[in-house]
Design a binder for this molecule. Structure first.
Ligand code: GAL
Length: 416
C-alpha cells in the first residue's frame, strides 16, 4: 500500500471513529515465515488482530534467517514506503533504530510493564536510547538437534551428548546406508550449524571471544580450525542433493524417516508439529552434543516503522497483542520457540519447549546465554554476512580448514 492510500485509509478510520462507527486500519507486516509450521504460527497472530478489528496485509518474503526479507525492507524504506511492522532480528533492529526509522513504543511498554517481564538479553535488542523500538515475540535457540526416533531405534542409537558420540552415531547411520544428516546448503543454514559446532568445539568463552568480541586470536585459533574440521565431517555426511535446499525440506527428510538428524533452531519443531508428530514418540529434540549447558538464542521481534508521525493506533495494538501473555503462550506453542516474557506458564507447552524454557533460564543464570551469530544476535549484519561467506565457501570445499581460518580473520576485520 502506498503512503497516500494509507493516509486516506487512516483518515477514513478517524472519521468513522468520530461518528461512532468502529473501524480500524490495516497493518502491513513484512516477514519471512513461509514454511508450513511458520505460517501456522503466523495465523495465531493474524487471528488475534482480526479479533480486534485490525486487518492484516501480508508481505511475506521467503528465505530462512531473513536475508532476503532485509533486502526487500531496505528497498521499501528507500522508496519512502516502509511497511507498518517488520519481523526482525537482533542487531538489524538496532541498526534501523540508529537511522531513526522506528516508532517509539514506550507508552505501550510503560502501560503494560514490559521492563519487568522481558528478559534483559532481549531488551538489549528491543530498546535504543531508552526507548522501546520493537516488540519481542519469542525466543528461539540454534543449538538443537532434531532426530527421527524410529531411524535411531532401528540402528541402536540413543541421543548423543558429546561430539565423539555424535560422530559414532553418524557413522553408524552412514554404514547402514541411511542419510545421517539432513541439511540445506544455504549460507544461513551452514552458519546455523556452525554456531553449534563452534560452541561445542571451543566452549562458551571461545564462542563469545570469536563471535561477540570478534577477537582475532580466537577467530584465528587452532580451536577454530578444529571447528572447521568438524564442519567438514558434517559435510561428508549430508546427502548429495543438499545444495540450495530449504531448511523445512531438510526437516521433512527427518520427519519422513529419510534422514537421521537435522541441526537447526527450534523453528524446526514447528514443522514436526504441523505434520502431526509428537516429541518423544516420533522425534527427539536434544542440545547439540557438547553444548548441553549453553543456549545460543535469537528472538524474533516486530519493529514498527515510523509512518511519519507518532506511533499509530494499529502499531500500538499490534505491539500490545504480541506481548500479551496469552498470545505468547498460544503463538510459541505452535512456532517451536519459547515466550519472550519470563512470567508465562509452561503448562501448554510440549516436552521440547519445557526443556527449552528450563535451559534458557539456567543458561541465563549461569552466564551461558549467548546471542546466535547466524541469526544476527552476536554481531551486526556486515560481520555476520562476512562470516557466512567463509563458512559457506569452506562447506562447499572452496577452502580447507586452515585457509578458512585465515579468511575468517581477514573477513571479520574488513567487515568492522
Ligand atoms: C530465523 C527466525 C525464525 C525462523 C527461521 C527460519 O531467523 O528467527 O523465526 O523463521 O529463521 O525461517
Amino acid at each position: 500500500m502506498n503512503k497516500t492510500y494509507k493516509h486516506l485509509k487512516l483518515s477514513a478510520a478517524a472519521l468513522a471513529l468520530s461518528v461512532g462507527v468502529a473501524q480500524a486500519a490495516d497493518v502491513e507486516v513484512l516477514h519471512w515465515w513461509t514454511s508450513g509450521g511458520e505460517a501456522a504460527a503466523l495465523n495465531v497472530l493474524k487471528q488475534d488482530l482480526e479479533g480486534q478489528g485490525i486487518g492484516w496485509q501480508d508481505m511475506p518474503v521467503a528465505g530462512g534467517g531473513g536475508t532476503e526479507a532485509m533486502t526487500v525492507l531496505r528497498a521499501r524504506v528507500t522508496a519512502g514506503n516502509a511497511p507498518t511492522a517488520v519481523q526482525m532480528l537482533g542487531f538489524d533492529i538496532l541498526d534501523w533504530a540508529k537511522e531513526g526509522a522506528l516508532a517509539d513504543l514506550n507508552a505501550t511498554a510503560a502501560a503494560e510493564g514490559w521492563d519487568a517481564v522481558v528478559p534483559e538479553a532481549l531488551q538489549a535488542f528491543a530498546k535504543h536510547d531508552g526507548k522501546w523500538i520493537s516488540a519481542p515475540v519469542n525466543v528461539h535457540s540454534t543449538n538443537w538437534v532434531w532426530a527421527n526416533k524410529a531411524v535411531l531405534d532401528a540402528n541402536g542409537i540413543s541421543a548423543p551428548t558429546t561430539w565423539e558420540e555424535f560422530v559414532a552415531a553418524v557413522e553408524t547411520l552412514h554404514d547402514a546406508g541411511v542419510t545421517a544428516i539432513a541439511h540445506g546448503g544455504q549460507a544461513w543454514q551452514d552458519a546455523t550449524v556452525f554456531d553449534a559446532v563452534a560452541m561445542s568445539t571451543g566452549g562458551p568463552d571461545f564462542y563469545k571471544a570469536a563471535f561477540i568480541d570478534l577477537d582475532p586470536t580466537a577467530l584465528g585459533s587452532d580451536t577454530m580450525k578444529e571447528a572447521f574440521d568438524r564442519m567438514a565431517f558434517i559435510r561428508d555426511h549430508v546427502d548429495e542433493n543438499f545444495s540450495g535446499r530449504d531448511w523445512n525440506l531438510a526437516t521433512a527428510m527427518v520427519i519422513n524417516g529419510e534422514a537421521g538428524f537435522q541441526m537447526m533452531g527450534d523453528w524446526a519443531k514447528g514443522e514436526f508439529l504441523n505434520a502431526g508428530k509428537v516429541p518423544g514418540e516420533d522425534f527427539l529434540c536434544f542440545r547439540f552434543p557438547g553444548t548441553g549447558s549453553q543456549v545460543t538464542f535469537n528472538a524474533d521481534q516486530f519493529a514498527m516503522f515510523d509512518q511519519g508521525g507518532p506511533v499509530s493506533a494499529e502499531q500500538a495494538a499490534l505491539a500490545s497483542a504480541i506481548l500479551s501473555p496469552s498470545f505468547q503462550s498460544a503463538f510459541n506453542v505452535v512456532k517451536g520457540s519459547v515466550p519472550a516474557r519470563t512470567d508465562v506458564s509452561d503448562e501448554a507447552f510440549d516436552a521440547c519447549a519445557k526443556q527449552g524454557m528450563k535451559d534458557l533460564a539456567a543458561a541465563s543464570a549461569s552466564g551461558n546465554l549467548f546471542g546466535s551469530m547466524a541469526h544476527g544476535h552476536a554481531a551486526p549484519a556486515s560481520v555476520k554476512n562476512a562470516i557466512y561467506d567463509v563458512v559457506t565457501a569452506h562447506f562447499n570445499g572452496e577452502y580447507d580448514s586452515a585457509t578458512a581460518v585465515t579468511e575468517l580473520v581477514e573477513a571479520v576485520s574488513i567487515a568492522q
